[in-house]
Ligand binder design. Structure first.
Ligand code: FES
Length: 107
């Protein structure tokens, strides 16, 4: 699938994301090095750090937030109504055309 990712500098990237590797959005961002090492995916995808927070710009139907994701977003900075944890969104066919923007880095 193709997804659009706006990085933290506001630059738009359109990337190919495989759907057959159980990859999540945070891992896609890392694989294309769209955020510096150590600033995204800090907890390794456990919904425990919010470094992978992103804003969902398209109206794709996403999986419901887990309790862990809800709890993490309740504590994170820069949270908006369309915030999600990228590590909790797995690449699958129905997300073709997804548009997201990375949230600012928490300091
Ligand atoms: Fe830590 Fe997603 S990588 S919450």
């Amino acid at each position: 699938i193709k997804i659009k990712i706006v990085d933290r500098d506001g630059v738009l990237h359109e990337v190919d994301a495989p759907t057959d590797m159980n990859m999540n959005l945070m891992e896609v961002v890392r694989s294309y090095e769209l955020a510096p090492e150590g600033t995204i995916g800090i907890c390794g995808g456990m919904a425990m750090c919010a470094s992978c927070q992103c804003y969902i710009k398209s109206d794709h139907l996403l999986p419901e937030k887990s309790d862990d994701e809800e709890a993490m977003l309740a504590e994170a900075f820069f949270v908006e109504d369309n915030s999600r944890l990228g590590c909790q969104i797995h690449m699958q066919d129905n997300l073709d055309g997804l548009e997201v923007e990375l949230a600012p880095e928490e300091q």
